[in-house]
Write a protein that binds this ligand. Sequence first.
Ligand code: FAD
Length: 305
Amino acid sequence: MADPRLSRRSDLGDRIKVSFEFFPPKSDEMEGRLWDTVTKLEPLSPHYVSVTYGAGGSTRERTARTISRILTESSLRPAAHMTCVDATRGDVDEVIRQFADMGVTRFVALRGDPAAGVGAKYRPHPDGYSNGADLVGAIRRAGDFEVSVSAYPEKHPESADFATDIDMLKRKVDNGATRAITQFFFDNDLYERYVERVRRAGIYVPIVPGVLPIHNFKQVANFSSRCGAHIPAWIAERFDGLDKDPQTHALVAAAIAAEQVHDLIERGLGEFHFYTMNRADLAYAICHMIGARPEIAVAATSAAA
Ligand code: FAD
């Protein structure tokens, strides 16, 4: 029988599943930082980790290298993000095969943003997949892969209304997506209302909350306005005056994200995807607070009791 002291997580942690998102590093220094992050988060036994893919395949090689290193040097299961931007169907199919040959079994399928940046008009490649739903179909045709897609609790900025937005999610699920990960959000009521709309549309896959611990409030505020995620005034108020005080900024950020996740747990949620920005500190602290802890720490605590 398993030694109960070796249970990896606290009682709360037993119900919690976490995943972590990374981006492919651009330099040796950033690679070192990412690897410190992977090493710190690995003992939390995430469900999987995912690696983003730059617009127009700009990070294709770096995404592949990062995934390959995760596969060979850690026990983590990586999911490869993919986009359709500026690529023919043939190019995309080749990237899918390349990832599959490396041992990848999970994908996060996205349309992607135009290479000119968020807000520029999106034009599908004339011989390419035109949106996330199309790409899901291509990945599922290539093999029996687990495919996640995006979801937007405040709707995607390009969508005319929620009905159009949720219709795209439905097409992605109809084409074989088995879960959706949300754009980050800070108002749990908005998330809950969105999930109700999604269920009313007959979509029953998990809608996993994407949680963004705020490492840099100014950057997040700037990015949020472009991707349609709303920052409530009370959050801006909490970070007010902390631009030059990184220590307090980090404590406030951890408290805000932990509060958000605890509230989602109280609403019955058990699975969370963390946008780590390749940094372990906040994600690790929040996981600790929700009971997702390394095996060894729980074993030591139990033995001492
Ligand atoms: P889709 O699901 O295809 O469409 C999103 C919405 O936009 C739909 O509701 C649809 O109705 C509407 N829409 C789509 N096309 C049009 C159009 N031509 N006209 C009008 N409305 C339209 N980006 C990256 O570059 N790399 C990544 O690795 C990456 N990872 C992400 C991970 C997650 C979990 C999320 C939430 C986003 C990620 N993104 C990434 C950002 C994403 O690429 C952008 O949000 C992009 O604008 C939309 O991609 P999508 O797959 O969500 O699009």
